[in-house]
Write a protein that binds this ligand. Sequence first.
Ligand SMILES: [Zn+2]
Ligand SMILES: [Zn+2]
Length: 137
Amino acid sequence: MSELDRDGGCLCGSVRFTAHLRSPTFGACHCGMCRKFAGGPFLAIGTAGVDWHQDADLRTYDSSAWAERGFCGRCGSSLFYRIKGNGMTIVAFGALDDPRGLTLAREVFIDERPDAYCFAGDLKGLTGAELMAKAGG
Ligand SMILES: [Zn+2]
Ligand SMILES: [Zn+2]
């Protein structure tokens, strides 16, 4: 396994995967949909692909015209966000077995962050509109 390959899975252990991370940095999304999906800010890390070792209980939810979200149908753990068009998969940071060596570097939809909390540190932040402009609409 390379340094950027990380094993992960859901709470009950039914869904297991190896994520091939693009970089050791990850982001937080404060949008209202992610908040519902993850039960708080969605901490997630970009991948160049995911190998699913056990996925019989893996379920997806069509959350928008362009993306779907994955979760365990048995224990309910939030597992990923995936762009339908290109299959790009962003896995839940919390699903990784070993989070050591990874750094929170950016946050998006900062305009939707509840004022009840905020992350410390010097993070790059984008509003929802800035993110959409960057993603090309
Ligand atoms: Zn599970
Ligand atoms: Zn979001």
